[in-house]
Design a protein around this ligand. Structure first.
Ligand code: UDP
Length: 324
């Protein structure tokens, strides 16, 4: 199969490209490099530096290559930024995805894997969160992802486009060979912040609130290794290739860890002291997000293989000597 990976130079996309190549798929990466890194893509992988907002250039890519399926990661994904600048988010994420989907329909592509998010559940009523719980996005970023899921639903009804929307919990960790890893600027995510504090690249970790109704007062998240995420995308592609119907599926481990636990485990794994300070809550942070991942197992035959130790140790190996 020849697969178009949008956002393939980004954190999640580049790890998935590596998995596709290991499994002998043909890959074309499309990325505008606004947030991604060219170095994250092997030099011999066909690369199209195209912005999804540029419909004419996008059409040319689909004329130049013939794709069997599209895996769509390209998006902006900072909650805070989306609150400050919703125009940027609706334009890039919704209009960009719409252009891509329209091009897919014109090119008669019927298989589409979409990078969605657990943040569209908002503040969930029940933990763990299953896919049938109501969606309630509380920021523009989550709204854009839900809008695209809705477009996918309509495009299946009208054009028979089959899709799997994967709602990620907290993607974390890095390639075990440390060739690629997480590199955002600025970095909003907890685990890279904790590791870079251990490495002396930051002074301390600010813990956003210790007055939540959790075991130690800090927020609990379901951290999932980036390669487990990648593996689920591979299984989603195979599922669609084998004639599967459209699905919405959570991707998480079903386990939760608090901010303090992340710091403690990181101190143990690195053997380094990590300074932290309690500060106020961050706006829009739910206390607990943990996935019910039964559907991923049932529909895709997927189970996470890596635990928190793998996540922290692979992130540590990458951040010791990042290539980009
Ligand atoms: N967090 C924190 N300090 C930081 C960054 C994050 O305490 O410097 C907390 C944040 O409040 C959340 C958890 O760590 O409870 C994970 O945050 P992250 O931004 O990594 O992912 P999110 O859950 O927002 O997608």
């Amino acid at each position: 199969m020849n697969i178009l990976v949008t956002g393939g130079a980004g954190y999640i996309g580049s790890h998935f490209v590596k998995i596709l190549l290991k499994n002998n798929f043909d890959v074309v990466v499309l990325d505008n490099l606004s947030r991604g890194h060219k170095k994250a893509i092997p030099a011999d992988v066909p690369f199209e530096e195209v912005d999804l907002l540029n419909y004419t250039e996008l059409e040319k890519v689909f004329t130049k290559h013939k794709f069997d399926a599209v895996v769509h990661f390209a998006a902006f994904a900072y909650v805070g930024e989306s609150v400050e600048n919703p125009i940027k988010y609706y334009e890039n994420n919704v209009v960009g995805s719409f252009n891509l989907l329209r091009t897919c329909i014109e090119a008669n592509i019927k298989k589409f894997v979409f990078s969605s998010t657990c943040s569209l559940y908002g503040n969930p009523d029940k933990i763990p969160i299953s896919e049938d719980q109501p969606t309630n996005p509380i920021n523009p970023y989550a709204q854009t992802k839900l809008t695209i899921e809705n477009i996918l639903h309509d495009f299946d009804s009208a054009y028979n486009l089959k899709s799997v929307a994967l709602r990620y919990f907290n993607a974390a960790g890095a390639d075990f060979e440390a060739e690629i890893g997480e590199s955002h600027d600025p970095e909003p995510h907890l685990i890279p912040i904790v590791i870079n504090t251990a490495l002396g690249k930051r002074e301390k970790v600010f813990i956003f609130g210790d007055d939540y109704n959790t075991k130690d007062g800090t927020c609990i998240r379901d951290y999932i290794h980036i390669n487990d995420l990648g593996d689920a995308h591979l299984k989603a592609l195979k599922y669609l290739r084998d004639g599967g119907d459209s699905q919405i599926i959570n991707l998480g481990t079903g386990e939760g860890n608090s901010v303090k636990e992340i710091i403690d485990v990181s101190e143990k794994i690195t053997g380094l002291k990590i300074k932290s300070e309690i500060t106020g809550r961050r706006d829009g942070d739910p206390a607990v997000l943990i996935a019910d991942n039964k559907k991923a197992h049932k529909v895709l035959g997927w189970k996470p293989e890596h635990n928190l130790n793998d996540i922290i140790s692979s992130a540590y190996n990458w951040h010791k000597n990042p290539r980009f």
